[in-house]
Ligand binder design. Sequence first.
Ligand SMILES: [Zn+2]
Length: 136
Amino acid sequence: MCLSPHWCVLCKGHEENADHLFLHCPFSLNLWWSLIREVKAIWVIPKDCFSLISTRLDALGKGKKALILWGCLGHSLLWNIWHERNRTIFDDYSGGSELEIWERVKFWAALWASITMAFKDYSYSYIVRDLVAAVL
Ligand SMILES: [Zn+2]
């Protein structure tokens, strides 16, 4: 089953499609829950990718910094899922730990946010250390 080109390489338990890979795969869900826990938000995982991109992502608040950081976190999470999938398929990679990937999600999100004007007075390390405090 794992050799099938249509099988999810992250969980090896479901056919791969965009909704499964980015939202409902147990691997991806754990990353989403890590994000939700970290920002102390209440958020329902969308039913599909269309709902994800058409939903205003404001779990960190409605301020400019909150929207930017939340956007960076969402994009970083999706990008890291895609990166992990491709490494597993093309690099014969057995996968990193959940914590390692979650740290990568935060790293890239904080780095991307830190180069925006809204975060010009904040260092990358400050943002990554406390995502919630960074948007206050
Ligand atoms: Zn899966």
